[in-house]
Design a protein around this ligand. Structure first.
Ligand SMILES: Nc1ncnc2c1ncn2[C@@H]1O[C@H](COP(=O)(O)OP(=O)(O)OP(=O)(O)O)[C@@H](O)[C@H]1O
Length: 350
């Protein structure tokens, strides 16, 4: 058994039935109103009917992340993963539904509690360079927030920063340098050191390794898993690539056009994918076992979230679609213990 799967199994036990949810989303949606362009504004002024231009980025999602778990959130570009991640991290409000933090509605927290919740959830982004202030030295990037929030004192600050840098695999000797003096992988480590410095319990990684070379990706993924063990961290790991989440997730959640279409323990997703969309995603990961199965790749383009197809959003691209799929939204139903899928085919088989 590989080290990663040993780590996963051990954590799965730790994150079993009894582990309490850190975050829970119930029927959460996010809509963005698209601003009218010049022609649209003129048409509106002239009293012409103007189309409703609303992007349904996230549409009625239920999601639970339990303490100690690593949840992989996977789907094609534009399916709403980042938007969902931002709502989970408390940096973007939902348009509908409810978000619970340790069992309490996020919007019922007092100012101090909400600030604490925000600090406890850190986000790591795809492009570390864009999220690091180019005019700040690494020591300040890493050490500013813990000082502001009273997690360290001025007298101990240097040692505190050194410690966070070492944890993220950076040499503290370089702490007076600026972000542009580091490589892509090292910059991602600076982002990780900054996140760790506020002592979070939960980290949302949004395509955190997507911009890195494959060998560097592996190093950063290993670092995430070591930190998980060392600091008892919980992760929501967002990626467009099922292959990336394969080795580190306890549970995998698949999104398509704003909705969750399947959710299961990682082993189950890779061994017995149920939803035709998940099967198509698996077919596109060349190095995993499932490629041997005769899943067809995904045909066609992902439809616009401005006008999602009725019924099951995946039906125009699904090789198994039938009449019901074109009119009725499939509910996310349990098809095996811990395995849920939103596909009308499951009712048909039964
Ligand atoms: N601030 C915004 N205003 C308007 N539309 C937005 C905004 N943020 C996201 N969207 C739209 O919402 C949809 C979902 O975007 P999101 O970035 O969450 O998807 P994603 O799955 O993370 O894709 P990617 O990996 O490409 O970022 C997209 O159609 C996107 O254009």
């Amino acid at each position: 058994m590989s080290t990663t799967s040993t780590v996963r199994s051990a954590a799965s036990v730790a994150a079993g039935e009894a582990a309490a949810p850190i975050i829970e989303l119930r029927n959460v949606s996010k809509r963005f109103s698209k601003k009218l362009d010049f022609a649209g504004k003129i048409a509106q002024k002239l009293g012409a009917p103007v189309k409703d231009e609303t992007v349904h980025a996230v549409d009625g999602v239920d999601l639970v992340v339990r303490k100690g778990e690593v949840v992989g959130l996977v789907g094609e570009s534009g399916c709403g993963k980042s938007t969902l991640g931002r709502m989970v991290a408390g940096i973007m409000p939902a348009s509908g539904g409810e978000i619970f933090w340790h069992g309490r509605p996020l919007n019922s927290l007092s100012g101090a509690e909400a600030r604490h919740a925000k600090l406890q959830t850190q986000m790591i982004f795809q492009d570390p360079y864009a999220s690091l202030n180019p005019r700040m030295r690494v020591a300040d990037i890493v050490g500013e927030a813990p000082l502001v929030h009273g997690l360290t004192r001025r007298a101990e600050w240097d040692a505190y920063v050194d410690n966070q840098m070492r944890r993220a695999g950076l040499d503290p000797a370089f702490k007076r340098r600026y972000p542009h003096q580091f490589s892509g992988g090292q910059r991602q480590r600076i982002g990780i050191a900054r996140a760790l410095a506020v002592q979070p319990e939960f980290i949302v990684c949004d395509e955190a390794v997507a911009a890195l070379d494959v060998s560097i990706q592996a190093q950063i993924l290993n670092l995430f898993m070591e930190l998980r063990q060392e600091l008892n961290l919980t992760y929501l790991f967002i990626s467009h690539d099922l292959g990336v989440v394969e080795h580190l997730s306890d549970r995998v959640v698949i999104m398509y056009l704003g909705r969750v279409v399947e959710e299961a323990p990682a082993e189950e997703i890779f061994a017995r994918a149920n939803h035709p969309y998940t099967q198509a995603l698996l077919a596109e990961v060349p190095r995993i076992e499932a490629r041997k199965k005769s899943f067809a790749g995904i045909k066609g383009e992902i439809p616009s979230p401005l006008a999602p197809p009725p019924g099951c959003h995946f039906h125009p691209r699904c090789p198994h679609a039938f009449d019901r799929c074109r009119v009725e939204r499939p509910a996310l139903k349990e098809i095996a213990p811990g395995h849920k899928s939103a596909c009308h085919l499951n009712d048909k088989v039964a």
